[in-house]
Design a protein around this ligand. Sequence first.
Ligand code: SF4
Ligand code: SF4
Length: 370
Amino acid sequence: MTLPDTPGVDLDLATAAAGPKGTRSLRARGSPLAVPAAQRRLLETLPLPVGDFGAALGQCGWSELKPVPVEIFQINVGRLCNMTCRHCHVDAGPDRVVENMDRETVDLCLAALDRTAAHTVDITGGAPELNPHFRYLVDESLARGKHVLDRCNLTILLLPRYADLPEWLDERGVEVVCSLPHYRRLNTDAQRGDGTFERSIEALRRLNAAGYGRGDPRRRLTLVSNPAGAFLPGSQASLERDWKAGLARHHGVTFDRLFTLANMPINRFLDWLVESGNLQEYMERLVGTFNPSAVPGLMCRNTISVGWDGTLHDCDFNQMLELPVEAPRGRRPHVREFDPVWLEARRIRTARHCFGCTAGAGSSCGGATT
Ligand code: SF4
Ligand code: SF4
């Protein structure tokens, strides 16, 4: 199947991984929660004892959340994905063909990147490799001396058009950050769809064969795990030990490090929380395990997140809730108007979903924060 609105993208749905039974994007289902404002409203109206994130910050001495200079330039190139995972915070899927960054916006991102001292370009999606400008963006970022992360869902590496990616990424020293909910089949397939685990293991074998995940810092392979239910992740260090042992023993694959992330109560995970009757309890858990020591390491402090249409956000989660950065009067929160000075002076926008980043050991795109 060729996606008509996305030149150069040829997504073979016959070989794409199926989502969990019955899972389609909220958009495809016509769900009321497909509208970000409806998600924000739902969270804001829940009866919670300490429901205001700003107040929780204030109680531990943060009168407002301010950024530090940008270190990580995160670019979400689109919502298109070959999978439809149940917990997806992006509401990505094969139907999200329109929201895909065009070349002009990619070039605006590169021009903005040149105005920062960011050391890392973090490329995410959807499945970012499906964007027709993905390889151009990688090469241009590397040409600027940046460390590049590809947030990869693993199964994309098995689609014929993308089968050369392990070697292509390896030649360039791109870090591959791969989502894999669990090292056991049952948990992974429950969250991502039948057959995902087998495909993911095969993709990991291909990455290992290309030199990834064997301790070479130039070929770093990071796995990312989200809990498969309405609970917080366990200890990142001990899970990493279990995963390394489990994947090596049962499947002969290796990786370098594991990030554990809490599921954010937005998009499809929010929908699942509502459907399963877990929303209230989960939000109470996030609020009840608020950890002040996670605040300094919040990723919104050292990251800027650019959406597929060039809109600037404090983080990928705010992006999904359509909460752009606060811009000075007369300025648009768009990468075309990127200005490190006003960005560093801004106040980070927070709301109740932010409790997902400060619960327990803290959570960010770089794993636990404490
Ligand atoms: S969680 Fe990742 S792999 Fe799954 S649908 Fe969302 S973007 Fe795609
Ligand atoms: S959701 Fe975003 S803005 Fe809120 S605390 Fe987390 S990283 Fe910061």
